[in-house]
Design a protein around this ligand. Structure first.
Ligand SMILES: [Zn+2]
Length: 153
């Protein structure tokens, strides 16, 4: 033994919470052995891919462990002593990221065309376009001829 890493791991509010127990039980800290700890907890059932992982280090401070391609990747600071505060910060971080991702998807999926009164469209990709007659629907016009994305008007 001797090399065993002592920590507890539980899932609370869809966040994996690890607590370093090296102070009471000895052995290396989670901070020093983050890659090994991640390998161990990833083998446990019930830890979905992409679930945020936070840990309390041997000084009692909560930070985040980032995982990339199934392996420990880096630490991200949370720097609080209260677990509820740590979870709140993580939830905020990931809900903001979700929103940013959604906006990015929407922005990239469509070319939004602005119609002006003269039958002239300004395309989302910075070009101009006119239809001889009717609007986009009447012309069964669905994709931007310049960038190839679906038109949003
Ligand atoms: Zn376009």
């Amino acid at each position: 033994m001797g090399f065993e890493i002592h920590y507890s791991c539980r899932i609370e509010d869809h966040i994996c919470c690890i607590e370093d127990c090296s102070n009471t039980l000895g052995g290396p800290t989670v901070t020093n052995m983050a890659d090994r700890v991640i390998d161990q907890i990833r083998k446990e059932p019930g830890l979905p891919d992409g679930m945020p992982i936070i840990y309390r280090d041997s000084d009692g401070i909560w930070d985040e462990l980032l995982v990339k391609n199934g392996r420990f990747w880096d630490f991200a600071p949370i720097q609080v002593r209260n677990i509820e505060e740590a979870k709140r910060k993580i939830r905020l971080k990931y809900s903001l990221q979700d929103i940013a991702e959604t906006q990015k998807d929407n922005a990239e999926e469509y070319c939004s065309w602005q119609y002006d009164e003269d039958g002239f469209y300004a395309t989302g990709c910075g070009r101009g376009f006119t239809l001889n007659e009717g609007d986009l629907q009447e012309n069964e016009f669905q994709f931007c001829p310049y960038c190839g994305k679906k038109i949003k008007d």
